[in-house]
Unconditional design. Structure first.
Length: 267
């Protein structure tokens, strides 16, 4: 999820005309991290960023100028308005520049929800350079389920850390663009860790693991056996119903003879 980083970059250009940024520059850092949880029919991308130094001053000015009253002070209602602004802008940005693709296309990927949580650390004078840690999340649904052979393309911030939790009983066959890769199991979910490279893109090729294949075969066999058992039950019911009908016919036959020969008036 790269949308907010694009907004901040745009604001950096505006800030060049602000006297406060014409002074001697101070140290600054923008440290993002990503946490992605993949499911067969969707995913959640959680994003965290820490802004320090000059960039924290720029961010406070962004809130005050974009959603506040331009009084050089950030208060609570301005933070709430900034959250709404960034949420709406991100939704629009992801429509024009998708950051997730399945098998090379974004068509089956739909953004369902976006949330921004701006830290209260942003409160106060816009010239404060203390750190600010913000959070965001984007929820997606897939119109085509992830399965054997699916490749997933992700666009993120270069060199930012990323953790990817795969769907239950799925592995990654290979990856491209994931630097410093490590892999670990966790509650039947494979967890990948690493970072985006300079190219900004990561591609994962998904595969089913052996336990999933074995479980799938067991489920198929169970379904087949259940169908056989159900068929036998139906046959038994039909056979039992046939015996009841035959018994009833026999009863009616003997009943007719009894009435005819023993209860009819004698001539």
């Amino acid at each position: 999820m790269k949308a907010y980083n694009l907004f901040l970059t745009g604001f950096l250009l505006l800030s060049l005309f602000m006297p406060v940024f014409m002074a001697e520059p101070c140290t600054a850092a923008f440290v993002p991290s990503n946490n992605i949880t993949l499911e067969r029919n969707g995913m959640t991308w959680e994003y965290q960023e820490q802004i320090t130094g000059n960039e924290s001053i720029i961010f406070r000015n962004f809130i005050d100028m974009q959603t506040g009253n331009k009084d050089k002070f950030v208060n609570a209602w301005e933070i709430l308005k900034a959250e709404t602004f960034l949420r709406d802008q991100t939704k629009e940005a992801l429509k024009t520049k998708p950051d997730v693709k399945l098998n090379g296309t974004s068509d089956p990927v739909k953004v369902t929800d976006v949330d921004f949580y701006l830290s209260k650390e942003a409160l106060g004078n816009v010239l404060k350079d203390s750190s600010i840690t913000n959070y965001a999340s984007v929820n997606y649904i897939f119109e085509k389920e992830v399965n054997q052979g699916t490749d997933i393309w992700l666009m993120g911030t270069p060199n930012s850390n990323i953790t990817i939790t795969l769907p239950l009983d799925f592995n990654v066959e290979r990856t491209e663009g994931l630097n410093n890769k490590s892999q670990e199991p966790g509650n039947n979910h494979t967890v990948l860790k690493g970072s985006f490279g300079p190219e900004e893109n990561i591609t994962l090729w998904i595969s089913e693991n052996e336990s999933y294949k074995a479980g799938l075969q067991e489920r198929e066999e169970s379904i087949e056996q259940e169908a056989v058992n159900k068929s036998k039950e139906e046959e038994n019911k039909i056979e039992a119903a046939g015996k009841i009908v035959e018994a009833k016919k026999s009863y009616e036959f003997f009943k007719g003879i009894f009435i005819r020969f023993y209860l009819s008036p004698k001539s």
